[in-house]
Design a protein around this ligand. Structure first.
Ligand code: ADP
Length: 596
């Protein structure tokens, strides 16, 4: 049956290609452009750029939008491997224009490059304010449009190809069982690929080699304190106790994390990062993808799980659908790894109405589907109202300005050009302070010294979200702040840095560098939804628990879809620890359950 699926995929793909070449020069709008009927425009016309990591470096997409159509997509990936990545570069942009959507299949054998192209185009569209998830692929079939039915049998089906799902699938396949991943988006990675920090782990080889003293106990206590002690201590214990092993496992699959630094809420240097300080998310997703390809795990992209199948209370598979097929996937066990619900405003405002209107830093697939599917078979939900907002998110692009910018010396000012808080208090407190300012936004202000010393800033400059001025006064004029006021704010702040005493707001950290080296920069920011700490309840074996407190047979869950590990606030570095540790626990439990 899997062969049939593969054949079908090839057929669909070939069909799309035929459709592509046939319609390339058509001036007619694509079928899915409904806005034309209403006279409304669908897009903000213009040219937009997005960047993602490919095999050999950055893949850059340029997308030209008219009011109602994706007119043109060009993609550059100069360092993609000749013959491996290049077919994807040649084929996918045209296919996406044809489909008027990013929901296209990756090119077989070029998954990493395909993924990077789709991600770069998604980012470009998002920067134009487009709701990418709602762009349904234009119909390219000549048929009646009716879906076909297909049944697939496998050992384990993993729902969601983010970090948790891919970790579980690698472990399952390595143990010799058949596993299929279904992923509703056209690319793998979910929120995981957006993670820039690293992975917390204690008592690791890396810490020992760098003579950093740390302990599992301190890791547990830091996580509990960071989560306002709302966390499930048993789950936190599993997280901490298995973290060192998880780092070793990553090394064993070719993804070592040899660098170490401090991160918010950690007593010791505990956050493990890739060599050279790159983003941990793209790094891990690239390696997970390569491992899945090597192991021959089938990842069904553009395939959305809609329902869990049960038999006498035990979960025995899923229902899923792609554009053309309704699937019944029968499995001995299901691993839910669908992530959180930070991209579903309706859902998060149900639990926290005050978040209405907030932008989100989340990938478009984070819509809480797994939580709802599990709930439908009796799962208990925990901590659903615990939703983390991040204080510094650029609102038109949803680009998150990392805490390291404030840690490196930046300040926040309001539209009057005045500081209003200790900028390095916890995320919830700084967010609340910003919301109290006129217009509920602020500017993050920094200088060339910080830009020269923090690689992340380049992304903001490239993303077009920074405003620049050669002098403070010039910068002030460009953001409509009274120049004399901003100048005075900087004078007071620079004196505070020199004297190591912030008389105004008592800030004590991130005061190593003053803001004196031009040019000067500002980014307009406001809080955005970042992480949903709640989700389905699991036990220490990653079994999903029902409302009677019993494990639901055959159903396992890992990652942001679960609740309880992070309590009332997730500390930086614990999301990656969560997906790797619990992805592996879920796989081990599923293996045991199916008798392997
Ligand atoms: P985690 O960090 O827990 O691994 P991620 O957000 O990284 O979570 O990944 C979750 C993945 O699950 C995303 O790629 C998302 O698109 C996918 N997903 C969410 N809902 C569904 C669904 N109904 N069917 C298939 N995939 C889904």
């Amino acid at each position: 049956m899997k062969k049939l699926t593969a054949l079908l995929m090839v057929f669909i793909f070939t069909f799309m290609l035929i459709g592509c070449s046939g319609n390339r020069n058509s001036t007619e709008p694509a079928d899915n452009q409904t806005a034309g009927n209403t006279g409304d425009t669908k897009f903000k016309a213009g040219t937009y750029e997005g960047t993602a990591k490919g095999l050999g470096g950055d893949v850059v997409a340029t997308v030209v939008l008219s009011d109602n159509k994706i007119e043109e997509i060009t993609v550059k990936g100069d360092n993609e491997t000749e013959g491996i990545g290049t077919p994807a570069l040649e084929i996918l942009p045209g296919l996406m224009v044809e489909k008027q959507s990013v929901k296209v299949d990756a090119i077989s054998g070029a998954t990493v490059t395909s993924n990077a192209i789709i991600e770069a185009v998604t980012k470009a569209l998002e920067s134009a304010g487009v709701d990418v998830a709602s762009l349904t692929p234009a119909e390219t079939e000549t048929g009646s449009g009716e879906k076909t039915e297909e049944t697939i049998d496998t050992d384990v089906v993993v729902v969601g190809a983010g970090g948790a799902g891919m970790t579980a699938a690698i472990e399952l396949k390595s143990a010799g069982v058949n596993v299929i991943i279904v992923e509703k988006m056209p690319m793998v990675g979910g929120n995981t690929v957006r993670s820039s920090g690293g992975m917390n782990a204690a008592e690791t080889k890396v810490q020992k080699s760098l003579e950093v003293e740390d302990s599992v106990e301190t890791f547990i206590e830091d996580t509990m304190a960071g989560g306002h002690n709302l966390n499930n201590r048993e789950l936190v214990t599993v997280l901490a106790e298995n973290s060192s092993d998880a780092v070793d496992w990553l090394e064993s699959i070719g993804a070592p994390l040899p660098e170490l630094s401090f991160s918010g809420g950690a007593t010791n240097k505990r956050i493990h990062r890739p060599a050279g300080g790159g983003d941990v998310g793209t790094y891990l997703v690239e390696h997970f993808t390569a491992n899945l390809e090597k192991l021959g795990v089938e990842v069904m992209l553009n395939t959305e799980a809609t329902e869990l199948i049960t038999n006498e209370g035990a979960v025995t598979g899923i229902k899923a659908e792609s554009a053309n097929v309704n699937y019944t996937i029968n499995a001995k066990a299901v691993v839910l790894a669908t992530g959180g619900f930070g991209a579903n405003e309706e859902m998060y405002t149900e639990y926290k109405p005050e978040l209405k209107g907030y932008v989100t830093t989340n990938a478009p697939g984070a819509t809480g589907d797994g939580i709802r599917m599990a709930e439908a078979v009796g799962a208990k939900l925990v901590d659903m109202e615990q939703i983390q907002i991040h204080p510094t998110v650029e609102q038109t692009t949803s680009i998150l300005v990392t805490e390291s910018v404030r840690g490196g010396g930046a300040i926040l000012v309001n539209q009057s050009g005045k500081r209003f808080t200790d900028e390095l208090l916890t995320r919830d407190i700084v967010s609340a302070a910003i919301n109290k300012q006129e217009g509920s936004y602020a500017y993050i202000i920094f200088d060339q010294y910080l830009r020269d010393n923090l690689a992340a800033v380049e992304k903001y400059v490239e993303g077009g979200i920074t405003v620049q001025g050669n002098t403070i006064e010039e910068l002030a004029a460009r953001i409509d702040v009274e120049p004399a006021v901003l100048s005075e704010t900087l004078k007071v702040w620079n004196t505070a840095v020199a004297e190591k005493k912030d008389g105004e707001f008592g800030r004590e950290t991130g005061m190593e560098n003053d803001i004196t080296k031009g040019p000067f920069y500002a980014i307009k920011i406001a809080p955005g939804v970042h992480h949903t700490m709640g989700g389905v309840e699991i036990n220490t074996d990653a079994e999903v628990i029902n409302t009677d407190g019993e494990a639901i047979q055959g159903l396992f869950a890992a990652g942001e879809v679960t609740g309880g590990i992070h309590g009332g606030n997730r500390i930086g570095g614990n999301a990656v620890a969560d997906i790797v540790v619990f992805g592996r626990v879920a796989a081990a439990s599923a293996l045991k359950y199916i008798g392997q």
